[in-house]
Design a protein around this ligand. Structure first.
Ligand code: HEC
Length: 160
């Protein structure tokens, strides 16, 4: 008896869950879309940070030096960076109450924002070319300039 009631309860819970999920999938509200877009771009930044983190760890000595990983991570960053302006252009979240550190001026100065992302692509490609040489000193010496492209955009377009 207890088992049956538990069973029915479980079926109901699962069914309710499915109904909730499908309702959300068919008609996300503008607020939900803005929240999703914000989470997606923040996820992108987390992945960028993961990739740069290993490289700057090599400079700090907390990550074992590995030129091949430095080169790979720089290539990943060069590939992903164009998605930054793409995602912001696709979803203007200015008028929504989302949890974000993105400054509203991003959408007023999209050309400049795009340029900062281009600088990161170029910096990542330059660094990847240095990493390909395997020259440890040159690689460690190139990290600051590479990472500076992240900070340069944050200075202008992110909450302090
Ligand atoms: C073109 C501008 C731009 C560039 C280039 C850029 N960022 Fe950002 N970054 C932002 C903005 C804007 C936010 C705030 C996003 C938000 O909260 O919606 C952000 C947020 C972040 C966050 C916080 C993410 C979170 O958890 O909410 C991290 C970490 C980060 N950036 C790391 C990096 C790293 C590392 C690089 C370089 C490899 C980089 N960013 C390059 C603009 C940029």
């Amino acid at each position: 008896m207890v088992k049956r009631i538990l069973g029915i309860g479980l079926v109901m819970a699962v069914t309710t869950g499915l109904v909730t999920v499908s309702a959300q999938q068919s008609e996300p509200t503008p607020e939900q879309l803005a929240a999703q877009a914000t989470e997606t771009r923040q996820g992108l930044f987390k992945v960028l940070s993961y990739n740069l983190g290993a490289i700057s760890g090599m400079a700090r000595g907390t990550v074992e030096f590995d030129a091949a990983i430095a080169e790979r991570n720089a290539n990943v960053i060069a590939t992903l960076a164009p998605l930054i302006p793409e995602m912001f252009a696709a979803n203007d979240t200015r008028s929504f109450d989302v949890e974000t550190e993105a400054l509203p001026i991003i959408w007023d100065r999209m050309d400049e924002f795009q340029e900062k992302a281009n600088n990161l692509v170029n910096g990542a490609n330059t660094f990847a070319a240095i990493a390909r040489t395997g020259d440890r000193n040159a690689i460690l010496g190139g990290i600051r300039a590479f990472g500076g492209n992240c900070g340069s955009c944050h200075e202008t377009f992110r909450v302090d």
